[in-house]
Write a protein that binds this ligand. Structure first.
Ligand code: ADP
Ligand code: MG
Length: 622
């Protein structure tokens, strides 16, 4: 709730709207107890008194009635009617929309065609027709305004519901034996509620205007009772001789509708969960960099990462996702980066090319050198020239990396032509060759396929082909096989291994599976809570792990022919990276921990093999 208000008031206009509306609502609520004159008492001797006349702050109208009093009572009425109409339209329309969207099929069709029919009429005409049929009166105006807005809600909510109704969590609820009513109430409703609230908050203003419009025409509130619309209507005759009688209600309508709309926009932004973790902005093209000094290179790798620090700044919280990671990768080498989910592997990988979303991401320290050129803080144009060209990424989920509406051939050729000026024909030839390289059968036919027409394994091969499109020097593969089944995984791994041997590509392979590291990587670095806790040649780390965390991770891998044994899970959870403990972050879960593990800074010791532990399981040498 506090976050909601913080976000709402960060939007200055919404804040102003909120304050103005709050003042108006407070005045209107207090109207019955304020020392106001009776709004309906006429005094023919006091007609058209100007504002600031004694006894009449805003003057009087054509019948000598006090305008201030009429304004407040009228505003009260207008707000109440507009709000009631919005709630009624929102409830009925949403219910209709949810039923249509959830039921689907014929019921959906019947309901939506009826709704379409209502929408085909200009809605003011429809409202007029309804009032004409029911007879003038404020209640009937309310009914008319609510009725003409029901289709708007029904359409909106039905669209959202259709999208949700086919999702897995609804199927899961159905399988668990929940009835339709319970599914709608406990699964669907919480998900559409924010949309309903948003739709309502952005339409209340409209409904107040519409009711005022009907009253203006004499179809809403009936004399002597007045709402803002009928006040305007009565003042029309004296527009020139006594303009204040129309200006007063006009300004009030303007203030109400403006403030509601501004506030509604703010509410919409604040309720959007995607905006909660970041500011109300789109991510920048490259990660924000705020580092004090540039560290010395600690090695001479093709890709050399030194003391990299990356954080997320969300409100006053600081999530320290990467805390001083150093890694060196030579041409043709494959280095594994392994660790539990949330240990900072992806953020490390994305920092290399400035791809961490900012806000909230910030690179707060370190250097990333590609062939001795520091890329942290490099101009965007330079990063752009390198991304996908010298350094390419393969991500976990190929379905979300490929654009669903373009043919894979077009996406592949675009990856090439965005870095090389070649003809469309040449690009196509290259794309064909790439598909053959990643062993996609019948590549010519596949070029014109859409991503959804391919299997998961094939999509990931397309992803790899795209990464290879510009003959990169470094490929960063972030869990590229996690979404695939084991046989396809084996093929993809064989493909990557073959590529690096033939093309001398350096590979950073991110995974949480030690089984894969053993098959593919020359060296492996183990990450925990944003730091590397152990590093070394794969066989040595696998055969005798030095860090207790590494040993526990390796123990989680089942072995074929290893007989029956319990696969021990590591108890506890990784620490939250906004509250990292002092000393070793793994100590609270470690069976070898002693009190001194939770003190001071524990450094990474060793050269060929490195470990960050004061009670290692194996010696790593100097
Ligand atoms: P993994 O090792 O599973 O790839 P990540 O590198 O994605 O882990 O995440 C590292 C840490 O950064 C996690 O603890 C996560 O909570 C934090 N993190 C990632 N993205 C954000 C974000 N947008 N806002 C706040 N924290 C984030
Ligand atoms: Mg990840």
């Amino acid at each position: 709730m506090r976050v909601f208000f913080a976000l709402l008031f960060r939007n200055r206009l919404a804040g102003i709207g909120g304050v103005v509306l709050a003042i108006i609502v407070a005045l209107v609520l207090l109207t019955p107890v304020l020392p106001l004159q009776n709004p309906d008492v006429t005094a023919m001797g006091d007609r058209f008194l100007r504002p600031l006349s004694p006894g009449h702050l805003l003057g009087t109208d054509a019948l000598g009635r006090d305008l201030l009093s009429r304004l407040l009572w009228g505003t009260r009425l207008s707000l109440a009617v507009g709000f009631a109409a919005a709630v009624a339209a929102g409830l009925i329309g949403s219910a209709v929309g949810i039923i249509a969207g959830y039921a689907g099929g014929r019921i959906d069709n019947a309901i939506m065609r009826f709704v379409d029919m209502l929408m085909a009429f200009p809605y003011i005409l429809l409202a007029l027709a309804i009032v004409a049929a029911l007879g003038p009166g404020l209640m009937n105006a309310l009914i008319a305004v609510a009725a003409v807005n029901v289709p708007f809600f029904a359409r909106n909510i039905r669209g959202i519901t259709v999208g949700l109704a086919s999702r897995d969590f609804i199927d899961a609820a159905r399988l668990s034996g929940k009835g339709h009513v319970r599914i709608v109430l406990t699964e669907l409703l919480p998900n559409v509620l924010p949309v309903i609230v948003i739709a309502m908050s952005t339409t209340i203003g409209w409904m107040i205007l519409e009711t005022a419009g009907l009253s203006f025409l004499g179809l809403g509130s009936q004399p002597p009772q007045a709402d803002l619309g009928s006040m305007l209507g009565e003042a029309r005759a004296a527009m020139i001789s006594a303009p204040h009688t129309s200006v007063v209600p006009g300004v009030m309508i303007f203030l109400i509708v403006m403030s509601i709309n501004l506030l509604g926009d703010g509410v919409r932004d604040a309720l959007d969960p995607r905006l909660k973790s970041g500011a109300l902005t789109r991510p920048m093209a490259a990660t924000r960099v705020a580092r004090r000094n540039v560290p010395e290179a600690q090695g001479s790798g093709l890709l050399q990462i030194d003391d990299l620090e990356a954080q997320f700044h969300v409100g006053r919280r600081v999530y320290r996702a990467v805390n001083g990671v150093s890694l060196s990768i030579a041409p043709g080498e494959c280095v594994g980066l392994i660790g539990e989910s949330g240990s900072g592997k992806s953020v490390t990988a994305l920092s290399v090319m400035g791809l961490v979303a900012s806000p909230p991401g910030v690179i707060t320290g370190g250097a990333v050198r590609l062939a001795d050129e520091d890329l942290i803080g490099a101009p965007y144009a330079r990063l752009r020239a390198l991304r996908g060209n010298k350094v390419a990424y393969v991500f976990q989920d190929p379905l979300s990396t490929l654009h669903p509406l373009y043919r894979v051939g077009d996406q592949l050729t675009e990856a090439i032509t965005s870095h090389h000026r070649i003809s469309a024909h040449e690009a196509r030839e290259r794309a064909l060759k790439l598909l053959a390289d990643v062993r996609i059968p019948n590549p010519a036919a596949r070029l014109s396929a859409y991503p959804h027409e391919l299997s998961g394994g094939m999509r990931q091969r397309i992803g790899i082909a795209m990464a290879l499109a510009n003959e990169p020097e470094v490929i960063i593969a972030d869990e590229p096989t996690t979404a695939l089944d084991v046989t396809v995984q084996a093929q993809v791994l064989a493909l990557l291994d073959d590529l690096r041997r033939r093309k001398n590509v350096a590979i950073v392979f991110i995974t949480h599976d030690f089984g894969i590291v053993g098959q593919l990587c020359d060296r492996v670095a183990v990450m925990y809570a944003g730091r590397i806790v152990e590093e070394g040649p794969t066989e040595r780390v696998l055969s005798d792990p030095a860090h207790p965390y590494t040993r526990r991770l390796i123990a989680c891998v089942p072995e074929l022919g290893g007989g029956r044994r319990q696969l021990p899970a590591i108890p506890g959870l990784p620490p939250a990276v906004d509250q990292l403990p002092e000393g070793c972050a793994f100590a609270p879960r470690c069976d070898r921990a002693t009190p001194d593990c939770a003190q001071g800074e524990i450094g990474l010791r060793g050269s060929l093999r490195k470990v960050r532990c004061i009670h290692p399981e194996a010696e790593v040498g100097a």
